[in-house]
Design a protein around this ligand. Structure first.
Ligand code: HEM
Length: 146
């Protein structure tokens, strides 16, 4: 698959994933104090169920395209400290793997029925911070040189 197709797929999947996380943190967390606990739980359960339908495919495309693009940079990634691009891309990939860890943890907790209030909030905020780092790195790695 050509690089231009991979980066387009990667960008659209990133939009869906980052957009969902930003919605959850900036909008959903913001309405928590204005909505009753039971109603909030129902909304969170419904959103969680919808996310479990869409997110596996989104993540498959996001990580699949990411790995496909990273394959082009395999010689650079073999020596991550030898160039600014290699270092920043490596940090981006590590953060992306950490996000995957969060997602898998959330799926496991969700399947056990343990994904509630405080866990949801902590995972959202942590993934939100990761997202900011990943998006900043995705752009700075192209422009920041040392
Ligand atoms: C949470 C996961 C991820 C998010 C949100 C994300 C997001 C992004 C964004 C927004 C871009 C910029 C695209 C553009 O400029 O059009 C990008 C570029 C890139 N990503 Fe990711 N990414 C993620 C995971 C990964 C993974 C796992 C890899 C590789 C294993 C990867 C490899 C790359 C590469 C190589 C580029 C540079 C493309 C280029 O400008 O030539 N990404 N990513």
């Amino acid at each position: 698959m050509s690089y231009s197709v991979l980066i387009t797929l990667h960008l659209f999947a990133a939009l869906i994933f980052v957009g969902t996380v930003f919605f959850e943190v900036l909008i959903l967390e913001g309405i928590r104090k204005h909505v009753g606990r039971e109603s909030m739980r129902e909304v969170e359960t419904a959103i969680g169920n919808r996310a479990r339908q869409i997110m596996p495919w989104t993540l498959l495309v996001l990580y699949g395209a990411g790995i496909g693009m990273a394959w082009n940079y395999r010689t650079i990634l073999a020596h991550p400290l030898a160039s600014s691009f290699g270092t920043l891309l490596t940090i981006k990939i590590v953060l992306a793997l950490s996000v995957l860890g969060h997602f898998i943890t959330a799926m496991i907790l969700g399947n056990k029925g343990l994904l509630k209030g405080r866990y949801v909030q902590r995972i959202h905020v942590s993934v939100f911070i990761h997202m900011i780092g990943i998006v900043l790195l995705a752009k700075t790695m192209l422009y920041l040189k040392w």
